[in-house]
Design a protein around this ligand. Structure first.
Ligand code: ATP
Ligand code: PRP
Ligand code: NIO
Ligand code: MG
Length: 525
């Protein structure tokens, strides 16, 4: 990440759309950040004269993570930044040339040298949206060889981003809206990029702040922090504090020996020595000088019990010494927290105001990857289908449009995919929504609202207007708002109801026609 910070990301002027698109956040995101087979295929497409055939690929996932029934879509902005800057440097060309067999012609490398994404179109669901399996998150259209080169970086950029944003949203769901959620995972993240991405996408998924200073600088995410055990235990005695004076908050007086003042308070608290009375003695002495102490962090032991004890102690101080609001002093808890411990703490009753969550959140301990895939759905206007013994792996062919249909209570009811040229669903008009593969599962829906999901985010050099890339705060607000509008039974942790993902009757018939056409007929002897 350092190179990006030191040099600033590259920028591309996109005057047609009145904006400037920065380069990828991470300078490692280059056209070489792909799998070798993409180059092997690009060469073979080129050799076969197929490289410019117009292909449509869908990027989607097959199953929601963490045993849930929803996913947060994240990583779009980084994909668009990547395509905006997609071209090969001479060094990169030289490396690919040295990697591929020596028989590859010079003119193939001239072809690579001239590549950019001016002939690519990307339609996408808005970043921060609640999304569901099988529905394309991105529809990428362009010359087949170029689109293939985009596969691996796109899947890479979206996979972890969406997974960790979903993990963050799930932690938020359990913690409740009123709690402050702090991402503390940098030290445990999978390397520097894992750490930076975790901070960005946990914020997007509904966390309030991060301890990661670099992420604060790069993305403007609020920074928060407490202090560690090492700081407390580094002081062997109060005598080590050489600068004992403290000026009052308003600057009107100076307390010459603040340390003694704290010790006077400590003797008044008349309790066994522990961190909490020590904190309170300092807080009370600070209060005398007009300062407000922030709070404590519990990092071991029974967090439910200790938070309740701490709260009682704060309240008793408020009452006994008449310090307004002292009872509401903030209590932060940390130490190996995850969805389950948050849920347990809720059941037991606790007085924690803020949770600091690291390892389980950023490593996505409960599920390390989201199975994002990128599948060819059409080439030269010919629909393609990927068949598999496993029905869940059969792809949905055709260049499609996708809609979210809302019911009369305002909740999203169903996502429906249609062929590109079918009429869109209309408010108040009954439409048949079919399970893509299960004949008996179908429902009529009369939508009260119809939202088209895929919008143009990259139009290459065409004149089509593209959507702006919104600031991270706006994406986070969208995420929080969409989660709020979901029907509660889709959201619950235990046995949530699956959200319905469907296809139009016409697309259903076409999928099954193509399936039968493409599937070989076995011969029994
Ligand atoms: N009331 C509670 N209910 C359920 N789980 C809790 C509760 N309080 C704490 N925990 C969890 O129990 C685990 C305690 O871990 P562990 O025993 O390693 O820590 P500790 O010994 O308390 O602290 P330290 O890390 O300082 O040794 C943590 O995962 C913590 O999140
Ligand atoms: O527990 P996490 O969710 O990852 O949250 C971050 C943790 O990191 C710090 O301690 P660290 O784990 O470095 O030391 P410890 O083993 O003493 O808790 C901090 O005190 C938290 O406990
Ligand atoms: O600020 C904190 O308390 C913090 C930050 C990172 C990891 N553990 C704790
Ligand atoms: Mg720990």
């Amino acid at each position: 990440m350092e190179a990006a910070v030191a040099n600033g990301p590259k920028k591309v002027d996109d005057k047609r759309n009145g904006g400037v698109i920065d380069g990828p956040t991470n300078p490692m995101v280059t056209p070489l950040l792909t799998d070798l087979y993409q180059f092997t295929m690009a060469y073979a497409y080129w050799k076969a004269g197929k490289h410019d055939e117009r292909a449509v690929f869908d990027l989607y996932f097959r199953k929601n993570p963490f045993g849930g029934e929803y996913t947060i879509f994240a990583g779009l902005e980084d994909c668009i930044r990547f395509v905006a800057h997609f071209n090969f440097t001479e060094d990169e060309i030289a490396f690919v040339r040295a990697t591929l067999p020596p028989s590859c012609e010079d003119s193939f490398f001239d072809y690579l040298r001239g590549l950019d994404c001016s002939d690519i179109e990307i339609y996408s669901i808005s970043e921060g949206s609640v999304v569901f399996p099988k529905v394309p998150l991105l529809r990428v259209e362009g010359p087949v060889a170029v689109v293939q080169l985009l596969e691996t970086p796109f899947v890479n950029l979206i996979n972890y981003a969406s997974l960790v944003a979903t993990n963050a949203a799930r932690h938020r769901f359990v913690a409740g809206k009123s709690k402050l959620l702090l991402e503390f995972g940098l030290r445990r993240a999978q390397g520097p990029d894992g750490g930076i991405s975790a901070s960005k996408y946990c914020y997007m998924g509904g966390f309030d702040a991060t301890s990661n200073v670099a992420a604060g600088r790069l993305f403007g995410i609020p920074l928060r922090g407490t202090h560690s055990h090492a700081f407390v235990s580094s002081f062997l005695s109060p005598d080590e504090i050489l600068e004992k004076s403290l000026c009052s908050c308003d600057g009107s007086t100076v307390c010459e020996d603040f340390v003694s003042w704290v010790q006077t308070w400590l003797s008044k608290l008349k309790v066994v020595r522990s961190g909490i009375p020590n904190f309170c003695a300092v807080a009370l002495a600070l209060n005398d000088l007009g300062y407000k102490a922030q709070g404590i962090r519990l990092d071991s032991g029974d967090l439910a019990y200790l938070s309740c004890e701490a709260r009682k102690f704060f309240h008793s101080i408020e009452t006994e010494f008449g310090v307004p609001d002292f009872g509401r002093t903030s209590i932060t808890a940390s130490n190996d927290l995850n969805e389950e411990t948050l849920d347990d703490l809720n059941k037991q009753g606790h007085e924690v105001d803020a949770f600091g969550i690291g390892t389980h959140l950023v490593t996505c301990y409960a599920q390390p990857a989201l199975g994002v895939v990128f599948k060819l759905v059409e080439i030269n206007n010919q629909p393609r289908i990927k068949l598999s013994e496993d029905v869940s792996k059969v792809s949905i062919p055709c260049k499609k449009r996708c809609y979210r249909l809302y019911g009369k209570e305002g909740y999203p009811l169903v996502d429906i995919m249609t062929g590109e040229n079918e009429p869109s669903p209309k408010v108040g008009e009954r439409i048949l929504c079919r399970h893509p593969f299960n004949e008996s599962k179908r429902a009529y829906v009369v939508p009260q609202k119809v939202e088209e999901l895929l919008k143009c985010y990259w139009s290459g050099s065409s004149d089509r207007r593209r959507e702006e890339l919104p600031p991270i705060k706006e994406i986070r607000d969208r995420c929080i708002d969409q989660l709020d509008r979901m029907r509660p039974d889709h959201m619950r942790r235990l046995n949530p109801t699956p959200y319905k993902v469907s296809v139009s009757a016409k697309l259903y018939d076409f999928i099954h026609f193509l399936w039968l056409n493409e599937a070989p007929v076995g011969e029994l002897q």
